[in-house]
Ligand binder design. Structure first.
Ligand code: C2E
Ligand code: MG
Ligand code: MG
Ligand code: MG
Length: 279
């Protein structure tokens, strides 16, 4: 009896694994066509100054809507794109799109907020990543100071030549943001060694801000930021309570569903017009 149960479990395990593999292969294959089929889009989530409610910028987030598979999340697609190297093309496409829009928002709507783009280790590892960025800035006649690159701790730890790369990006005017701060390792080493402008408090701390330990960690991150002269932004603000607690702790910037979910491009201009923006 017990043995046959065990076998059943193996059977289910194998079948699940096979499903997973099939899905990976499918996604890997479909990803190759996604950009040309115009299935990829960039959504934008606003970032605010908490006290004044001034709209200071957006975070660009990749969205993929496949005609038969439906919506495929970045959490599922990005790791596969990284493994196959396809993220390089995808990331280039996203940077190109974002810069085009940022230049247009400046030109047509006098919006001069900073827009951040997530960059993976695989992308940054490309020999010519900085040249790509420089080329795109020139293509869109855009000042690099309006673009921020969001990198995670693991990205910074993985790359041996990360310092010269970041310095080169900084020389183009770009800002560097440390995403999901506190969830990786060696955070303080990174802050000591690398030219970071912004720390993003990971949403796992914000979501549990009611817990005294989380609140204290946030307080500590804010102190680190202020002592090192870095901007600190909280991600994942979902309600008034967490917003007020963050304000009370002295956090100046934030983003999250409380303000807005990531929105399609078509809604951004309307959103900019409807809010106070940084001069
Ligand atoms: P991330 O950069 O930390 O982005 C924040 C994620 O939290 C986004 O999920 C966003 O939609 C979500 N979020 C924002 N506010 C809230 C909130 O109040 N509550 C909750 N529960 N979630 C919130 P998304 O868009 O699914 O992206 C997930 C991750 O995928 C990102 O984490 C980032 O690491 C990666 N990613 C997304 N777009 C790109 C991209 O264009 N390139 C690269 N390399 N990675 C990307
Ligand atoms: Mg991010
Ligand atoms: Mg994050
Ligand atoms: Mg994340």
């Amino acid at each position: 009896q017990a043995k046959s149960n065990g076998n059943n479990q193996y059977f289910f395990f194998d079948r699940d694994l096979k499903h997973q593999l099939d899905r990976c292969l499918l996604i890997e294959n479909e990803l190759k066509f996604a950009a040309n089929r115009r299935e990829i889009s960039v959504y934008y989530q606003p970032k605010f100054m908490l006290e004044s409610e001034v709209l200071v910028g957006f975070e660009a987030l990749f969205r993929w809507h496949h005609e038969t598979l439906g919506f495929i999340s970045p959490a599922e697609a990005i790791p596969i794109a990284e493994e196959t190297g396809h993220i390089n093309l995808l990331g280039y496409y996203i940077l190109d799109e974002v810069m085009e829009e940022v230049a247009r928002w400046q030109r047509d709507y006098q919006f001069f907020g900073v827009v951040s783009v997530n960059v993976s280790a695989v992308q940054l590892r490309q020999m010519d990543f900085c040249q790509q960025v420089k080329f795109l800035l020139e293509k869109h006649n855009l000042d690099g100071t309006y673009i921020e690159l969001e990198l995670t701790e693991s990205v910074m730890m993985e790359l041996t030549d990360v310092l010269p790369k970041l310095e080169q990006l900084k020389s183009l005017g770009l800002k560097i943001s440390l995403d999901d701060f506190g969830t990786g390792y060696s955070s303080l080493f990174i802050l000591k060694e690398l030219p970071i402008d912004t720390i993003k408090i990971d949403q796992s701390f914000v979501r549990t801000i009611d817990d005294a330990r989380s609140a204290n960690i946030i307080k500590t991150i804010l102190a680190i930021g202020s002592n090192l002269g870095l901007q600190v932004i909280a991600e994942g603000i979902e309600d008034t309570d967490s917003l007020n607690t963050l304000k009370g702790l002295g956090c100046l910037f934030g983003q999250g569903y409380y303000y807005a979910r990531p929105m399609p491009l078509e809604e951004v201009v309307h959103y900019i017009k409807a809010h106070d923006t940084a001069e």
